[in-house]
Design a protein around this ligand. Structure first.
Ligand code: SF4
Ligand code: MSK
Length: 656
């Protein structure tokens, strides 16, 4: 057994509910989950881990070693690393575009009258989005506006002409657009750019690592565009999130209910299942249950959490474990971050696994082909299958760790502005900039992204959230990082009392006092902004801060952190964060360290060009210091630039 193999055990989580299931599993002879497979997988390949393995043509794989410093074709390590990196960004962008394109299909069907179960849930959001896109809204019906918004989205997805994409142009500060023009990374459209990237990285095309990286950044801007489209269209169809109150972790499973876990990313099906579950209480009662209970995993979970207040079951890494409680009757999945391992595990229990998308299947699972045309009927079909499974469960042992925490979620940008407007109705965001200017807040940090077994599950995320809170940082969170906060009791008002520094407490006290007639409960320590695609909301926060201060984003004390980045989507999100001017901490070193040049561009050169930069740091204590350092540097610079502008009665400097 190798040294590394000896060091790694399967207790790689700090979530007590997950640990309870893992430990029981170990004691009982071990069914296999990701925690065990990770141990078996050690040691992992160092060529892959550092990005110096090329499989782009059939002469490969070519690996860069001391003996052979180039691939068979003569490609240097820096070319190989850069090509691999930007193909990863392209993969992430492809996944997000898949999600948003599905929303476009649904909208088309709504407009053609072929999706009778959907409609415009939030006409105000539709009007706001249309106005932002320079579409005339006066005197227009919802469907007319929807058609115009849809056409604009299709254009941003597909056009081959060079004018800027509207979703980019209208959501970032003008200085960012100038920067993209100057660096020649203005994307023509989402599909065009993904296609360009795949072409540019074909064997024997671009060997220039810097040129490749710039194309990667252009691709990442498309990731941002399709995420923003996804968020906007979801809000129009299902409503813009407002504060909701619920619970999180395995303790939300109720053995007397028909338990359905919704998992994946896309709200189109899960919204219907949640709505329909409320309608099918009688059917569940007829089977001996108290009703139907839905709970969420990963970002489908985030979608139904923020709009419907559906409890959080768990986040990405522990997705298999709820099955081992014996009390999950059905897990219905759509796309992305679904471990194929759930199927083999479910075979040991009564749990049904149901796939729903024609391009996302798991062999041996149930497949109910979801169509917008028959959304309610399909949702009923899924729930009936869960009721059948519930009947089969009767008389069998269940073991649910009794661990759950209160959660307050649903902080879209609109919801945050609504809370702030109780203090300053004319300029809500000024409440935050004033708090930073006065030193009450040290800045804002976004915790985003996944879980990754290369670092202990939830460990860095929880540590960093507590550390930021102690240091008076306002915290927002999305995706599975939000799941960490929810599961571990950091997404409620009690956590403010326990972990926030004096400045952050005072900031929340002012808001709570001003909103005491509006909010059912006090504000939580971590403001939940939604799923992966909703990192677009977090960037809207940055843009709002930049506009309020009258500066470009690189002067804004806003940092992004992905303590447990895992997916290709996390790489593309991190890349647009940097391109859009945000210092970005990544808690798992990505596969670029095989080229000092590519690594250096990410860590240093990026800042010179875009103002944003990466910080790889796996040690959470060091990461906290780096994040706080990045915030402080920006606050200090902002102050110096403002003082200089006031003293000499000049414009604020555009540089950073
Ligand atoms: Fe090897 Fe070059 Fe082919 Fe890559 S493109 S596999 S480096 S020969
Ligand atoms: S689900 S992309 S593990 S956040 Fe969005 Fe979680 Fe990351 Fe998947």
């Amino acid at each position: 057994m190798s040294e590394e193999k000896k060091k790694v055990d399967n207790r790689r989580t700090i979530d007590p509910a997950a640990l309870a299931v893992i430990d029981k599993n170990t004691a009982n002879g071990q069914l296999e989950t990701a925690y065990e497979r990770y141990v078996k997988m050690q040691p992992q390949c160092n060529f892959g881990r550092t990005g110096v393995c090329c499989r782009i043509c059939l002469q490969g794989p070519c690996r860069i070693t001391k003996k052979s410093s180039k691939g068979v074709c003569g490609a240097h390590g820096y070319t190989i690393v850069a090509r691999n990196l930007i193909r990863t960004i392209s993969g992430g962008t492809g996944a997000h575009s898949d999600h948003s394109r599905h929303m476009l299909y649904a909208l088309m069907e709504v407009l053609e009258g072929k999706a009778p179960d959907y409609g415009v849930e939030d006409p105000e959001k539709l009007r706001r989005v249309a106005s932002r896109l320079d579409i005339e809204v006066e005197g227009k019906e919802d469907n007319e506006l929807l058609e115009a918004v849809l056409q604009q989205a299709i254009s941003d997805f597909t056009k081959i002409t060079p004018e800027p994409c509207k979703w980019l142009e209208t959501t970032v500060v003008p200085e960012r657009m100038e920067k993209f023009d100057a660096c020649n990374i203005q994307p023509r459209s989402i599909h065009t750019t993904i296609s360009e990237t795949m072409g540019q990285t074909h064997m024997g095309v671009d060997a220039d690592p810097v040129n490749l990286i710039f194309q990667g950044l252009k691709t990442s801007l498309c990731d941002y565009i399709c995420m923003h489209i996804g968020t906007d269209l979801s809000d129009i169809l299902f409503g813009t999130p407002k504060p909701v109150y619920t619970e999180a972790n395995f303790g939300v499973i109720d053995p007397e209910m028909v338990n359905i876990a919704v998992h994946g990313h896309n709200p189109l099906l899960s919204e219907m299942i949640v709505r329909q579950a409320r309608e099918m209480k009688a059917e569940a009662e007829a089977a001996g249950a108290k009703g139907v209970k839905c709970m969420g995993i990963c970002c489908t979970g985030n979608e139904v959490l923020m709009r419907q207040g559906v409890p959080v079951l768990t986040n990405f890494l522990s997705q298999e474990l709820p099955i081992m409680t014996g009390a999950v009757d059905l897990m219905v999945v759509d796309v992305q971050c679904i471990m194929p391992g759930i199927k083999a595990l479910s075979d040991c229990y009564h749990t049904r696994i149901v796939t729903t998308m024609s391009h996302s299947k798991i062999p041996g699972s149930y497949h109910i082909d979801f169509t917008e045309e028959h959304a309610v009927a399909k949702a009923k079909e899924v729930i009936n299958l869960a009721i059948e499974a519930f009947k089969e469960r009767q008389g069998k042992e269940v073991d649910i760790p009794d661990i759950k925490h209160k959660v307050t979620a649903g902080f879209s940008m609109e919801a945050i502005e609504d809370v702030l407007s109780a203090v300053n109705p004319d300029a809500p965001i000024k409440v935050v900039t004033d708090a930073v200017d006065s030193g009450q807040l040290r800045g804002v940090v976004l915790f985003a992204g996944c879980n990754n077994l290369r670092v202990p599950h939830d460990g860095s995320g929880a540590y960093l959230i507590k550390e930021m809170a102690k240091n008076n940082v306002l915290i927002v969170a999305t995706g599975c990082a939000a799941g960490t906060a929810a599961k571990l009791g950091l997404m409620n008002a009690e956590a403010v009392e326990e972990y926030a520094g004096e400045g952050l407490k005072a900031f929340f006290n002012t808001l709570n006092e001003a909103n005491k007639d509006k909010l059912k409960e006090k504000l939580p320590l971590v403001l939940h902004m939604g799923s992966c695609v909703d990192n677009s909301r977090a960037y809207d926060f940055t843009t709002a801060l930049a506009r309020q201060w009258g500066v470009d984003v690189p002067k804004v004390p806003f940092v992004a952190s992905a303590p447990e980045a895992m997916s290709e989507k996390a790489v593309s999100i991190g890349s647009w964060c940097v391109t859009l001017g945000i210092p970005t901490h990544v808690g798992v070193v990505p596969e670029v360290t095989g080229s000092a040049l590519v690594d250096g561009v990410a860590l240093q050169i990026a800042e010179d060009v875009y103002g944003g930069y990466f910080m790889w740091e796996e040690d959470p204590e060091k990461a906290a210091q780096k994040i706080l350092g990045a915030l402080d540097e920006r606050t200090w610079k902002l102050k110096v630039h403002k003082q200089t502008a006031e003293k000499y009665e000049t414009e604020l400097s555009k540089g950073w």
